[in-house]
Structures are given as structure tokens and as C-alpha cells.
Design a binder for this molecule. Sequence first.
Ligand code: 13P
Length: 247
Amino acid sequence: MGQRKPIVAGNWKMNGSCELIKEIAAVSTQVSSEQCEVLIFPPAVLLSEAISAGLTCGTQTVSEFESGAYTGEIQASLVKSLGANYTLVGHSERRSIYGESDEDVANKFAQAQQSGLTPILCIGETQAQREQGKTEEVVKQQLEAVIKKLGIASLANSVIAYEPVWAIGTGLTATPEQAQATHKYIRDLLSDYDKHVANALRILYGGSVNESNSELLFAQADIDGGLIGGASLKPQSFKAICESAKG
Ligand code: 13P
């Protein structure tokens, strides 16, 4: 991992409660901030509660628009003003269930940065795409949608999360070698645009990470922590995952 400080981020999806915020806040104070950055992505309605509990937070998505008549959407500048610093963009569930295109994701990425939030850009292939040997092509297209719109420099203030869709919520984790191979591909691709940006960028792995597999995954040279779904709802598991990330 070199000089890159790992991030362990919990994506609660549409789960969690005020009670869970207290429990996660309690365990996260036991994780050394020297060791890793702990981030929580609760449902947006719990954001203020989570920030008040001392957690470093973000939203699971934001609107691509600055403000206006967009009923139900999450305004990035308001998220920032509440004291959150991050947002996920392009999570596979947003892409597959809500039809977000690469272009929508690039627009959300732009709006997040304009509002002072650090976007965590989620990318990854489906099972069918992997079986067809298209993993690299898919992640390249997802990354280049942002690079072509905003330039490689925009990635300097961002984080990437590689989440193979077939590994999300399935218990099927990519092996450390499979994950490392794609992370290395991503870093090498970005390096062709800008070596410094590529070297400094944190690339997280996500997809059925738990306390039994996190240590080996995080030990890979190009894996800089994880984006955790189900296990981030279990305080002791989440704490163990955070402790397995070493800066
Ligand atoms: P699981 O850890 O539940 O597989 O979810 C991964 C994920 O989608 C995190 O964003």
C-alpha cells in the first residue's frame, strides 16, 4: 500500500438505525486513525445523526443537479454543509436498479466535487461480463466516462471502489489475486494518463468483504482498503475489518 492511507468504508445501503449509529461510533473510536480512515455511508435521513455521533460520513449518492425542482433528490452542497465530506457515485445498485448511465455518474461526480465533496467512484463488471472476458473493457469505459468529461486531474480528489457486481451481497468474494489483478489494471490505466495521480489514488475493493477475508485482500499491493456492505452493519465484524487495514 506504500504511502496511501487505507480507507474502510461502510455502505449501509437502505439499512441501519439510530441505535446502530451509536454502536458503530463506539467501535470506530477504538480503531486508530493512524491505521486507517473509517467512513460511514448511512441512509441520507440518518446523516445528521451519524455526524453528531462523531462519524466521518458521506451519502450513498447525490443529485447531478445543483438545486431546483427534483423531488426526492439529495443536494450535494447541502450534504457538505451538514458536515459530510464524501459521497458514493455510480454504485452498481444505482446503475442497475435506477438506470444510472456512465454519463449520469460523471455528472454526479462533477457535482460532488463542485460542492466540496470527495466522490468515491464505484465501478465493476457483472458476472456475464467477466465470463465474456470483458472485465478490463468495462472498468476502462466506466473510468474513462469521468476522465473524458472532467480530466485526469479530477481523480486526484477522489477515491475509486472496484466492486465486481457478482461479488456484491453474494458471499462470492473475488480472490485476493483476482482483485489485485483488476486493481493493478486500473492503476496502470490511470498511470498512462498521469503517474502521480495514479500512485496517490486510493482504490478500494468491495464485494462480500468480511472479517475472515479482509486481511488478505487488503495486503495486496494495489488494494487500499474496502467498501463494505453487509458486514458494516455488524459492529464487531466492522471493527475487525478496520483493524485488518494497515497503513
Ligand atoms: P456486500 O459487502 O454486502 O457484498 O456489499 C458490497 C457493496 O455493495 C458495498 O458498496
